[in-house]
Design a protein around this ligand. Structure first.
Ligand code: S3P
Length: 168
């Protein structure tokens, strides 16, 4: 039996997981959890500081731990690298419906370029971020129950599409 019944948003940086998640939680009348915010609260450090002072593997472990601590029927937006931690995809499948918010790399890159709060963006070239995008796209697709295109879409349109897919 499933322990929890969350709606979990996954996808690359800039896909709008937090923006969509907040509105989706409102529409579904569920509590909203932003995993990045939860990590900042539990570690009492900003994400770039966690990466710099404690390293990326530490961040990934903290992310996995914080995710597994979420109980009930929440809407959860995750960080783009959440699936790096072993078994997280399997945990998600058992604990809710996983929705991949998908858009072309070029569109996502326009939204994230120069963002100092995203260590991956600050520490990598556009070319290597693109490579990471294609590697992750495969992993996101494998983990997802539903794939929703957010390319050139308003938040309202995306929400309607998610709600239709969730209820049919
Ligand atoms: C990361 C994405 C970020 C945040 C961290 C690492 C990643 O979240 O978790 O900077 O590896 O893609 P967003 O996807 O919300 O930007």
């Amino acid at each position: 039996m499933n322990e929890n019944n969350h709606v979990i948003l996954i996808g690359y940086m800039g896909a709008g997981k937090s923006t969509v998640g907040i509105e989706l939680a409102r529409k579904l009348n569920r509590e909203y959890i932003d995993l990045d915010t939860e990590i900042v609260l539990s570690e009492k450090k900003q994400i770039p500081d966690i990466f710099e002072e404690l390293g990326e593997p530490y961040f990934r472990a903290a992310e996995a731990q914080v995710l597994r601590a979420v109980k009930g029927e929440k809407v959860i937006s995750t960080g783009g690298g959440v699936l790096y931690f072993q078994d997280t995809g399997r945990w998600m499948k058992k604990n809710g419906t996983v929705i991949y918010l998908n858009a072309p790399f070029e569109e996502l890159y326009e939204r994230i370029a120069g963002d100092g709060n995203r260590p991956l963006v600050m520490n990598n070239t556009a070319a290597s971020l693109e490579q990471v995008f294609y590697q992750r796209d495969i992993v996101y697709r494998e983990a997802a129950d539903l794939i929703v295109s957010v390319s050139e879409c308003s938040v309202e349109y995306t929400l309607d599409e998610i709600i239709v897919k969730l209820t049919t």
